[in-house]
Ligand binder design. Structure first.
Ligand code: GTP
Ligand code: NA
Ligand code: MG
Length: 290
């Protein structure tokens, strides 16, 4: 296929790093709101997913991930659905266990990294030490002759944030992400929960376009899309490739991490789900026999 003839899509940029190194704060700066202050105990409990319109007018989809040790699978998922990883390292704390883990995820998923050394406003910031530690962990940063960009920032004062934004936009333009907007849609479940108005799942659309009324299958459940919403709760007429959307209309709640595939109609969706359940049962009984 000639990918270059397809329309552009927003790149999916995941913010990763050790707990409390400032991931949500940097994202807040980029979307000019203040989620970090509102979060319960200041810990990101879920994958926040939203589209930011950069000052260039370009749209970028950002995924926030929790640094807390208990959320390994969410970070794995984040690395897998992403095009670019922004690795946040606090200048006063340097490389820590979740920094190394994020690096492993990004490397194994072959995702390019931009390093943001954060908290450079702090008195005990040690930027050179962080760079040396990153190099020691195999990150080929530009200061040491490699091609991984390093940007020094403060999510508190905003210092360096324009540079970070520019680096993200430039890398996105070089990598030139495109996707097929027509045909059967495909995506991934980022998170799911039961809300006041029903079973809701945040889905990142990878190809195709989802619209209310469409039928989709995820694992052993399916939905006829009742409502599509963005992260601000605004109802959408469609969700093109690269967009994260909350979807209502599920029979059962799908699990996070599951692949989403559009089905032509409810009958086909039900058949697909029944088939998957039957296969799972068979696997279970053969496991019991073994
Ligand atoms: P988790 O989601 O819990 O992993 O944390 P996080 O990486 O999202 O960090 P968060 O944005 O919640 O910031 C953690 C703490 O560091 C908060 O108290 C922030 O106010 C503070 N912080 C973030 N960025 C900076 C910075 O550039 N300078 C200073 N001084 N403090 C910062
Ligand atoms: Na935090
Ligand atoms: Mg956070």
């Amino acid at each position: 296929d000639d990918v270059s003839s397809l329309p552009s899509r927003p790149p999916v940029v995941t913010i990763m790093g050790h707990v409390d190194h400032g991931k949500t704060t940097l994202l807040d700066w980029l979307r000019k709101s203040s989620v970090a202050a509102q979060e319960h105990g200041g810990i990101t409990q879920h994958i926040g997913a939203f589209v930011v319109k950069m000052s260039t007018g370009r749209q970028i989809t950002f995924l926030d991930t929790p640094g807390h040790a208990a959320f390994l699978s969410m970070r794995q998922r984040g690395a897998n659905v992403t095009d670019i990883v922004v690795l946040v390292v606090a200048a006063d704390d340097s490389v820590m266990p979740q920094t190394i883990e994020a690096l492993k995820h990004a490397t194994s998923a072959k995702v390019p990294i931009i390093v943001a050394i954060n908290k450079i406003d702090k008195e005990d910031a040690r930027v050179d030490q962080v760079k040396a530690d990153l190099a020691r962990h195999g990150v080929e940063i530009e200061d040491y002759g490699g091609d991984v960009q390093v940007v020094c920032v403060s999510g508190k004062t905003g210092q360096g944030m324009a540079d970070l934004e520019e680096n993200i936009v430039t890398l996105s333009e070089i990598l030139d992400f495109r996707a097929e907007p027509d045909g059967m849609a495909e995506g991934w479940v980022l998170e799911s929960s039961v809300k006041q108005n029903g079973k809701a799942a945040t889905v990142l659309v990878k190809r195709g376009t989802l619209r209310p009324g469409d039928v989709i299958v995820a694992g052993k459940t399916w939905a006829r899309i009742r409502v599509l919403r963005n992260e601000a709760g605004k109802e959408l007429a469609e969700a093109p490739p690269g967009s994260p959307v909350e979807i209502l209309g599920w029979r059962e709640l799908p699990d996070a991490g599951q692949r989403v595939l559009q089905a032509p109609d409810e009958g086909r969706a039900k058949t697909a789900v029944e088939y998957r359940m039957e296969m799972a049962e068979r696997e279970e009984s053969s496991a019991q026999l073994a």
